[in-house]
Design a protein around this ligand. Structure first.
Ligand SMILES: *[C@@H]1O[C@H](CO)[C@@H](O)[C@H](O)[C@H]1NC(C)=O
Ligand SMILES: *[C@@H]1O[C@H](CO)[C@@H](O)[C@H](O)[C@H]1NC(C)=O
Ligand SMILES: *[C@@H]1O[C@H](CO)[C@@H](O)[C@H](O)[C@H]1NC(C)=O
Length: 420
């Protein structure tokens, strides 16, 4: 290589590096606001459920074939998420709890650092909620959530600042705005809700898992209403609410409404929801914007079924230090929301929401593709939702006149009187 060629090479490398830095600066600015991609008009979400991370290389796999044990550890969980990120290039990654398996994590902070490392190093924004195992080491649920919130590139929050009293840790929402430069650039066209579904019941007479409490439901209701109002108001008023997606760990009792005749995917174990129904499904139906719910918790269930206009979906077990089934691949769920093209050729509102799963096999095989929601199929639903919007507006006005600190009491009273 001549001197001139070498110089050219150096210049090329420097230009590449500068382009890389530019990209990163732009990404850094964009991180605070999620938005649809302007090339494809898409927003792609990867859901990772139940990583069950322990101590990394030292933590063995569960439920793999005996001959696979010697070479299998938490590092296989890490390898799977790395491959998925490279293959799917998601815009956002959601971890729906049991991110670490506390009992086998000698230092929960290190376990979380290792578990979320592939997301962090990919520079893709990510969020997490808690499962029922995350707090089983030396950190409380609050401690775990605080550690997560301090990590790089995460949009997770401990709790919403506007809700002074709320149960759990890790209740928050994120807005996904329209394409940069389009007329919906400053509007949330897709709403993401994250909730803490708890760990175990603390009520003596109620055995089993935790549930989404009235205080959380009230926060959800108020948030959904606020988002719907600003979406349907000026500027750029829209006819119906923007679609919403909800992510948490423990499935709702309504997940038991299906059998193989009316779900897509598999059910190989019971639905491990709380033994009581705290009414969150009904609250979501009444709010009118949530189109799909995504949980984990039951590693051998990976179906989506629709009930009263809301899809109830599992992601299927992801982690190798989690119970599973030898020969039944660990898996993850993708969700892609697509925008419609406006008459003027710009990007508009969300047209459809699709999902599928990837298996941890040689080709990351995609299975069970389905449309969860599309705008055309819900035209009638939209006018219904408009009616619901009016009802909740009067309800909201009543609530907002009360002292924030008496929110829980108010909730209990409203629940007893059947108002929520
Ligand atoms: C775990 O990863 C190792 C190292 O890449 C690999 O040889 C092994 O097949 C993987 N095990 C499973 C069960 O995927
Ligand atoms: C969105 O907000 C930015 C910054 O405030 C503004 O420059 C832009 O004109 C707005 N776009 C639309 C479509 O409202
Ligand atoms: C699914 O089908 C079963 C009967 O096969 C029925 O009992 C159940 O109500 C259906 N669920 C829904 C949500 O349609």
């Amino acid at each position: 290589m001549g001197v001139a060629a070498k110089k050219m090479g150096t210049v090329a490398v420097m230009m590449l590096w500068m382009a890389f830095l530019c990209c990163h600066a732009a990404q850094g600015q964009r991180r605070r606001q999620l938005r649809f991609d302007g090339k494809r008009g898409e927003f792609r979400i990867l859901q990772v459920a139940d990583m069950h991370y322990g101590n990394g290389k030292r933590t063995p796999c569960e439920d793999v074939f005996p001959q696979q044990m010697a070479t299998c550890s938490d590092l296989n969980t890490t390898a799977f998420i790395r491959r998925l990120i490279l293959a799917e290039k998601p815009d956002f990654i959601v971890f729906t709890g049991d991110n670490i398996f506390g009992f086998d994590a000698s230092d929960p902070a290190s376990s979380m650092n290792a578990a979320f490392a592939p997301a962090i190093s990919s520079n893709i924004p990510w969020a997490a909620v808690l499962g029922n195992h995350d707090q089983e080491s030396t950190l409380s649920r609050e401690g775990v959530m605080k550690h997560i919130v301090g990590m790089k590139n995460t949009l997770s929050q401990v709790n919403p600042s506007e809700a002074h009293v709320i149960d759990g840790y890790g209740n928050y929402n994120l807005e996904v705005h329209g394409v940069e430069g389009s007329h919906l650039a400053n509007k949330s066209v897709l709403n993401l809700y994250f909730l803490d579904s708890g760990d175990y019941s603390t009520v003596l007479s109620i055995p089993g898992y935790g549930w989404i409490k009235p205080s959380q439901q009230l926060w959800f209701q108020r948030t959904s209403f606020k988002l719907q109002r600003s979406y349907m108001n000026k500027p750029e008023p829209q006819r119906g609410p923007a679609p919403g997606l909800a992510y948490f760990h423990i499935p709702l009792p309504e997940y038991a409404s299906f059998d193989s005749s009316n779900f897509t995917g598999g059910k190989q174990e019971g639905i491990s929801s709380a033994t009581v129904n705290s009414g969150f499904f009904t609250t979501m139906v009444a709010a009118g914007d949530v189109k799909a719910v995504f949980t984990g918790h039951d590693h051998l269930n990976d179906f989506c079924g629709e009930l009263t206009g809301i899809n109830l979906c599992y992601a299927g077990g992801f982690g190798y230090h989690a119970y599973g089934k030898a020969g039944w691949a660990r898996r993850a769920r993708m969700v892609v929301a697509s925008l419609e093209k406006t008459e003027k050729g710009s990007w508009g509102t969300v047209k459809s929401i699709k999902t599928w799963k990837h298996l941890d096999d040689e080709h990351l095989t995609a299975i069970d593709g389905q449309v969860l929601w599309s705008k055309s199929s819900s035209e009638n639903e939209k006018s219904e939702n408009a009616d619901i919007g009016v009802t909740s507006e009067s309800r909201m006005t009543r609530i907002s006149t009360h002292d924030q600190d008496s929110l829980i009491n108010l909730c209990i009273i409203m629940k007893q009187s059947g108002k929520i």
